[in-house]
Design a binder for this molecule. Structure first.
Ligand code: ARG
Length: 276
């Protein structure tokens, strides 16, 4: 190892879903406009580049079979929340995505996960839950209900901190905040209520504070393994700041998938099978 005191990568296990049926046919967030043309082949190429990058970085990637008629299924982050091998299922806010919840849960059961939970409350998986070492951060305001935060806390046995999202462009927590490590986060304060900003300031006095320019290209929808950060190619300023901290930045083109309001993190569900 060249720099033993610098950031260290931890091998991850991800679940992804090829955008075989990707389209923008309905609008459930401000990014989506069914009148805008979507190039599905290009979306598939961008997704494949993301998957190949994870493999190059040494991560393991599992794939769930895409289902025709579920154009947003590529956003695997929304499919569940997996912590310590326990699978808290998703229950989508919109009718269009509702069938994805049972489809993802079925994948976990077939893969041998024995502790699975069908949720009572609306929640969109890792899109609104970000797992750190000591707490799970949870977003509410647009999709996931606060009652689901408590349901997840009980099921997972981990403390869950509720954060209020207020800007419709950043409708999932993972569009406004990402984990740099198990203890440190980067976030865009404008996405949160005044109270939640104070919670974040108190919990993470050393956080990397992102700008609106970083956020509006979905630069916060990034994936970090502790050393490598996979981030939207357009988020140049944020990328420079990450590099200045000794992190290795891997810019990815996600603009085709962004037409549905998703980026790299949205396409990636982390399988936390063991306690870290
Ligand atoms: N079109 C999808 C939706 O609005 C995008 C989901 C993005 N996923 C995410 N984890 N932020 O539900």
């Amino acid at each position: 190892m060249k720099n033993p005191t610098g950031p260290v990568a931890v091998r991850r296990h991800y679940l992804m879903c090829r955008p075989t049926y990707f389209a923008v046919e309905y609008a459930i967030n401000p990014w989506m406009d069914p009148a805008v043309r979507v190039d599905r082949d290009r979306a598939i190429r961008q997704w494949e580049a993301l998957r190949d990058l994870y493999l190059e970085l040494g991560h393991e990637v599992h794939e769930i079979t895409p289902i025709e008629g579920l154009p947003d299924m590529v956003f695997a982050a929304n499919g569940a929340l997996v912590v310590d091998g326990r699978v808290y299922g998703a229950r989508f806010a919109s009718a269009e995505r509702t069938p994805e919840g049972p489809a993802y849960l079925e994948w976990f059961r077939a893969a041998g996960y024995t502790e699975t939970r069908e949720p009572k409350h609306v929640n969109e998986g890792e899109g609104d839950f970000i797992t750190l070492d000591d707490v799970v951060l949870a977003g509410t305001g647009f999709r996931t209900e606060a009652a689901a935060h408590q349901e997840a806390e009980r099921f997972l046995g981990r403390p869950v901190v509720t954060l209020q999202l207020v800007d419709p462009r950043f409708y999932h927590l993972d569009t406004a905040l990402f984990a740099l490590s198990g203890e440190r986060v980067a976030y865009y304060p404008g996405a949160f209520s005044a109270g939640s900003r104070r919670v974040l300031e108190a919990l993470f006095p050393d956080a990397l504070i992102a700008t609106e320019d970083d956020a509006r290209v979905l630069g916060l929808n990034a994936v970090c393994d502790g050393r490598n950060v996979v981030i939207a190619a357009e988020a140049g300023a944020l990328a420079d700041r990450l590099r200045a901290e000794g992190l290795t930045v891997h810019p990815v083109e996600m603009d085709e998938l962004r037409k549905a309001g998703g980026g790299a993190k949205c396409c990636t569900l982390e399988l936390r099978t063991t306690r870290t």
